[in-house]
Design a protein around this ligand. Structure first.
Ligand SMILES: Cc1cc2nc3c(=O)[nH]c(=O)nc-3n(C[C@H](O)[C@H](O)[C@H](O)COP(=O)(O)OP(=O)(O)OC[C@H]3O[C@@H](n4cnc5c(N)ncnc54)[C@H](O)[C@@H]3O)c2cc1C
Length: 332
């Protein structure tokens, strides 16, 4: 491992966070406080989720635009396509491009689980690979229609990241080997880098990367990690993603007397996991924050990748935040 003191910013692993747009107006002030704290840690980028049904379309766009205009951080907009028509997805892409967004995470999203007879629309965009192609198609259309846009596009090309699943994607019923092939196809479709689904064992990441490299995947594969501080969260994430939380970890967290003790234990657990994947050569850590800053920042402190800027806490309070929400955020 390289000693921390010798790590110049250029050689440090990357740090990034995932944020979820607030679902309700009342949640916005807390959300922006979280965003403010995370932005102050000077991450390489912050990614903003997008609901599979597109129900949070306006809020997601507003959050990405606010980060873009009001902070020094690079926002990456998640995009999903499942269940939407091609025209709808094109419109969403167009709106993000119009707002100046140049970085995307192209995802299929999951079909609704409570509708067994659900079928995707015939004119839909059916996979992340089709979405990567559509993103580039919409950009090409915009550039063809406006020579200035073409120059700007050439100067700031689109970056399209994709998701990848080290233990297979249980929601889609795929194995690791299938996801390695899928990642190769995503790369061939023009993906710039990949972010992994969360995992609980360093081998999940290192074995997957080794298999992907052997299969011809050359794009960076960023390790996605969740701070393991709350047993309730681990169980919920297992339900949503199909990634089983280790039983011994759940048992250990459940046995602790209070949230503070769980925080300490869970942070130590995720720090060890993060350190192992960094030592094995992971290019950086992408932290699934679930809109909580303390577990994310403590995890990074634990691997000596904590806040880099003593200054740089942007004032998000005076910006228009989320549609329908007053622009006043609480004093912090
Ligand atoms: C980092 C990350 C961020 C995420 N963010 C969000 C988010 O913001 N919003 C959200 O709703 N979900 C999000 N998800 C969840 C994601 O949408 C689901 O896990 C989804 O099941 C898989 O998405 P994908 O982009 O890999 O889909 P795809 O690459 O399209 O694959 C989905 C599955 O469909 C099958 N498939 C489809 N087309 C083909 C084909 N041509 N050939 C072979 N197989 C095919 C495969 O079985 C494949 O596993 C995220 C996941 C990760 C890891």
């Amino acid at each position: 491992m390289v000693a921390e003191a010798s790590l110049t910013p250029r050689h440090r692993p990357t740090v990034s966070f995932e944020l979820m747009p607030p679902r309700r107006p009342e949640a916005a002030p807390k959300f922006w406080e979280t965003a403010r704290r995370l932005v102050a840690a000077d991450p390489d980028f912050v990614s903003v989720t997008y609901g599979a049904g597109g129900g949070d379309r306006a809020t997601a766009r507003q959050v990405v635009a606010t980060l873009l205009e009001g902070t020094p951080v690079l926002p990456i907009a998640h995009l999903t396509c499942v269940g939407a028509s091609r025209e709808d997805v094109s419109d969403v892409v167009d709106e993000f491009l119009e707002a100046g967004v140049r970085s995307f995470l192209a995802l299929r999203g999951d079909p609704p689980r409570d509708q067994p007879d659900w079928r995707p629309p015939a004119d839909g965009v059916h996979s992340s690979i089709e979405l990567v192609a559509l993103l580039r198609e919409v950009e090409a259309r915009r550039c063809a229609a406006d020579p200035a846009a073409a120059v700007r596009g050439a100067a700031r090309p689109l970056t399209v990241a994709v998701a990848t699943f080290p233990d297979g994607n249980r929601q889609a019923g795929t194995t690791r080997a299938q996801e390695v092939q899928r990642l190769l196809e995503k790369q061939q479709a023009g993906a710039s880098f990949a972010i992994t689904q969360l995992f609980y064992a360093a081998d999940s990441y290192t074995d997957f990367v080794a298999e992907a490299r052997a299969a011809g995947v050359t794009i960076p594969i960023l390790a996605g990690l969740m701070p393991t501080t709350e047993p309730r969260r681990l169980r919920r994430v297992e339900e949503l993603t199909g990634v089983p939380a280790p039983r011994h970890l759940l048992a250990a967290l459940d046995a602790l007397p209070d949230p503070e003790a769980q925080h300490a234990y869970g942070t130590a657990y995720s720090v060890e996991l993060a350190q192992r994947v960094l030592d094995a050569g992971a290019p950086g850590l992408h932290v699934y924050t679930f809109n909580k800053y303390r577990p994310a920042l403590d995890l990074l402190e634990g691997v000596h990748l904590g806040g880099r800027t003593p200054h740089g806490v942007p004032d998000l309070a005076r910006r228009p935040l989320v549609p329908g929400i007053p622009t006043e955020a609480p004093a912090v």
